[in-house]
Design a protein around this ligand. Sequence first.
Ligand code: GLA
Length: 740
Amino acid sequence: MTIEWNADASEFHLRNGQISYIGRILDNGWAGHLYFGPALTDGRTYAHLGRDGFYGFSNRLGEPIALEYPTGGSGDYRPPALVVEQADGSTVLDLRHRSHRILPGKPAIGLPATYTEVGGEAETLEITLEDPIAALEVQLLYTLYRDRPVVVRSARVVNRGKTPLIVRTAMSASLDVPDAEWQLITLSGEWARERHVERHALRPGKQSVASNRGASSHQQNPFVALVRSTTTEDAGEAIGFSLVYSGNFLAEAEVEPYGTARVRIGINPEAFAWLLDPGAEFQTPEAVLAYSNTGLDDLSAAYHSLYRERLARGAWRDRPRPVVLNNWEATYFDFDEDKLVEIATVARDLGIELFVLDDGWFGHRDDDTTSLGDWQVDRRKLPGGIESVARKVEALGLRFGLWMEPEMISRASQLYADHPDWAVGIPSRPRTESRNQYVLDMSKPEVVDYLFGVLSSVLGSAPISYVKWDMNRTITEPFTTTLPAWRQGEFMHRHILGVYSLYDRLTRAFPGILFESCAGGGGRFDPGLLAFAPQGWTSDDTDAVERLAIQWGTSFAYPLSAMAAHVSAVPNHQTGRITPLATRAAVAFFGVFGYELDPTKLSAEERAEIAGQVAFYKRWRDVFQFGRFHRIRGPLDGDGNEYSWMVVSDDRRAAIAGHFQILSRPNPGPRRIHFRGLDPKLSYRVGIWPDNSTPAGLPPRPLGGDVLMSAGLAIESNRTSALQGDFRARLYVLEAVSPD
Ligand code: GLA
């Protein structure tokens, strides 16, 4: 791996075995972009791939030149990466190269970020640009990992002058691509149907996804990809853009009139303005750009391994995650200690490893109208406190986990009576309630300090091994009483910095606790929080059919080790749908597995079935949580009625594939599942879960990985088999036969 700076050609070349990212300092000093794609030979110049600055915007045509960190107002009418308002109110910048350096590893940026762990793993290029008239300095950071097809980018903006500047837009990355014949993939949705894959051809003009809600949001995820119309899971070009950030973001592509495209990603400039005092600097979150010319499968794999190995951190990063049972859909707010212990006792008998006490244990919270902020145990429900119930759960041999929603405050709470000014809002206007609650102003250090104190004492009061950190509403009336009028544009980002500060302090103070992020399900399922909580509650929708689309879309950027997936009761509480218990498990296996139901209400047969599911998951847990995930068939294939996907162990000796049929269709034709990621030279025994039977019509001998991938395996007809009926699943367990 090298980052090469060719002084004669003024070119930089980030190159590892997989990708090259090449730029050049143009004759006018601007940072120009030349190339992002498969690795090119080093030691050569590639200036012919670009145009020079003086030809671009100095003529009337305004033909596009590719730039690394564009600014507006001098002829480039495409979306800018940086807009800075100067003392005279103007926003034109002319950023020219001043210096650069190449650093070993990856410097910390003071925000959640990818990191290195061993020497030689990565190098970072820092290019410093300056505009002497604005007295502005911009440092562009590019990290290249030795073995990953990604470039991690961010920017730091520094005021070197004597008067304040206002940063109005500061993107994390901007990328100019030389043609616009791409499709844009986004992960879009709403509460309970998050991260559904959308894929549409780019058209002239701007197209974007964004959040202005104060969280990355259920509605859009801070991930987009450019793909060719011909790109599939296993072939074709794909460029991914993922933002390590949990607040308001923008990801935008513009096709300009000459048919090139610019993509930018970063903090949403809408309503954003950051006052930069003399000497102060502003650091953007980082964007992770990934490239694949072998399809979406490899693009996702690049994100999965980077985020699992070098974004997630802490003791639980590499540890197998426990099988949990969460009491939310079992009891909602209606429980006492006896009921919880009764549930935990049955859960223990089923092989479950961790019991989570969800909402309702504090204040006087019998419904969602009260008590957020009052993090003292409700002695009516739990007379012995959290400690007593946690110890009883532990005595059963289970670990104990606790739900909390730190960033929120109920109007009916002691905290609100004491500190009404801690809730986000504009003093002269009413506050909008959502889910009967307000948001705490996390930009106030005293709020973060208070929460750290009160939550530390809860977490220190009992043997708590896991925390589900929820966040159930987004921000309205954005305003903070601590900033003057002219700095209100900083609030949304400062709020997220406060959230990160609390996460950082609590995760450091309790390094043994497994933190799971949550936001009304998957309303803040983003790389920013993965840096603190190695897993997140994927969605409040636990319906197996709905989860197919949600988990499929989520897998574009996030590893299975980050996706909590639970089996819940039927009729499903979100959709009313009745699906077989086996299907619910077969979907939830592909994630961090658990249950969200009252096991005391199950029949003996259902308990036996669940015990079998838990045992199966434990047997293959490492593969499910840390194996390589492959999507095979999904919502955009055919009529979207069938899904299949699989996980493969690192040594490729074991794999589990799931095939899911939503509606049963009469008289279907022959269908096959084409496995992926197997070792073509190995032979595999194929067994069907749960009884490990040989698929009908298959010879009772192992089959080669090559034929299983290339020719596939016939899926049994749903006329006669277990696939008859709606909402059916088939799991195939593939084990290599030794010696191979
Ligand atoms: C959110 C979460 C749920 C549950 C409830 C509790 O909706 O996503 O899993 O914890 O809050 O109020």
